[in-house]
Write a protein that binds this ligand. Structure first.
Ligand code: FDA
Length: 307
């Protein structure tokens, strides 16, 4: 059970300093994070787009502790949208945002995050693309969904992720599906207590299927974000049964995970979007990827040992 230990380490500053400072770390991180600079991310995206995939960029950052850092995150998101505006890619390249990077956890954080994300959403709309709000730990869910609702009053194409491991999510899916929202369904990547979340893989997977059915039967645009081959197959079967046209929903996977499957789905005619993170603040994201799969940790440990 290394997952919980790694997820705790993902929020430890001491471990962050140790891991981020290790010289070999960068090579291992590159599997999941193509680079630290926007230009590198744009280059990686060009390769994916050329292969028929779509992308959602994530300027890495989370849990900022002061307003100046939140403003820097906002400016990085704006620089990204400005770069996309010049490329004329429409929604083939969109933007994912973590509200904790924009100050959500600071005092008055709800209003602050809304104030900081709004110009990003406005700029994205002007550039012909969309923004999707990532979902973080369960203490932020109400605030994130409330911000989504406010943003959607002016920008209805704004989307958000929801996590099938939370008990509340089936209900959230019903509300979001009825309102016609773009919803990215994920299993969930944080360490959550048994009071709010399923603790067993099979329960999380079953809840994922129930949410999937609600979203695919609803009015909105479901984004099926999983690498799980069984759930991809279930989504395809449900979409066919519910009469969903290709292009009225999409698949999403993370950069570096199951790249062959990503291209197979795109070649079959599915919209297939790759979540493309970049930036210097890769530690929390990287640790969650290690926690998802023990084999990743062995790979990382071998690199640290110089083999
Ligand atoms: P599962 O973990 O069961 O993996 C299925 C298979 O995929 C594994 O057997 C393995 O082959 C492969 N795989 C999965 N993870 C891997 C890894 N790290 N390394 C190598 N192989 C791996 N979470 C969250 O809480 N909030 C969010 O906003 C988001 N956003 C998000 C966007 C997108 C586009 C995706 C795809 C995922 C997220 N997530 C997320 C992460 C999500 O919650 C979840 O942790 C991961 O997607 C892993 O779960 P799977 O559904 O892939 O299943």
């Amino acid at each position: 059970m290394l997952g919980p230990v790694l997820l705790a380490a993902a929020r430890s500053d001491t471990v962050r300093r140790l891991v981020s400072g290790a010289p070999v770390t960068r090579g291992v991180v590159a599997r999941f994070v193509p680079g630290e600079r926007l230009e590198t991310a744009l280059d990686a995206a060009a390769g994916l787009l050329a292969d028929g995939l779509e992308v959602t960029f994530d300027h890495l950052g989370e849990d900022v502790t002061d307003v100046a850092s939140a403003l820097r995150s906002r400016d990085a998101c704006l620089a990204l949208v400005e770069a996309l505006a010049g490329e004329d890619l429409g929604t083939r390249a969109e933007v994912s945002v973590k509200l904790s990077a924009l100050g959500q956890a600071l005092p008055g954080g709800h209003d602050l995050a809304l104030r900081h994300v709004l110009p990003v959403v406005e700029a994205a709309a002007a550039a012909g693309t969309t923004v999707t709000l990532d979902m973080e730990d369960h203490t932020t869910t109400d605030s994130t969904l409330a911000i989504l609702a406010e943003l959607r009053e002016r920008f209805p194409e704004t989307g958000a992720a929801v996590q099938s491991y939370l008990f509340r999510t089936e209900k959230d899916c019903q509300t979001l599906a009825a309102s016609g929202a773009r919803v990215r369904l994920v299993k969930g990547a944080y360490r959550e207590p048994a009071s709010v979340a399923y603790q067993h893989r099979a329960e999380v997977d079953r809840a994922y299927v129930r949410c999937l059915r609600t979203l695919l039967a609803g009015e909105g645009y479901p984004m099926v974000a999983t690498h799980d081959p069984r759930l991809v197959a279930v989504a395809q079967a449900l979409a066919a049964r519910l009469g969903r046209r290709p292009g009225s929903y999409e698949f999403q996977m993370l950069y570096g995970i199951r790249p062959v499957e990503q291209r197979r789905l795109a070649a079959e005619g599915h919209r297939m979007r790759v979540y493309l993170p970049y930036g210097t603040d890769w530690y929390g994201y990287f640790m969650r990827r290690l926690a998802e799969r023990p084999a990743n940790l062995a790979f990382f440990a071998r690199s640290l040992a110089g083999r």
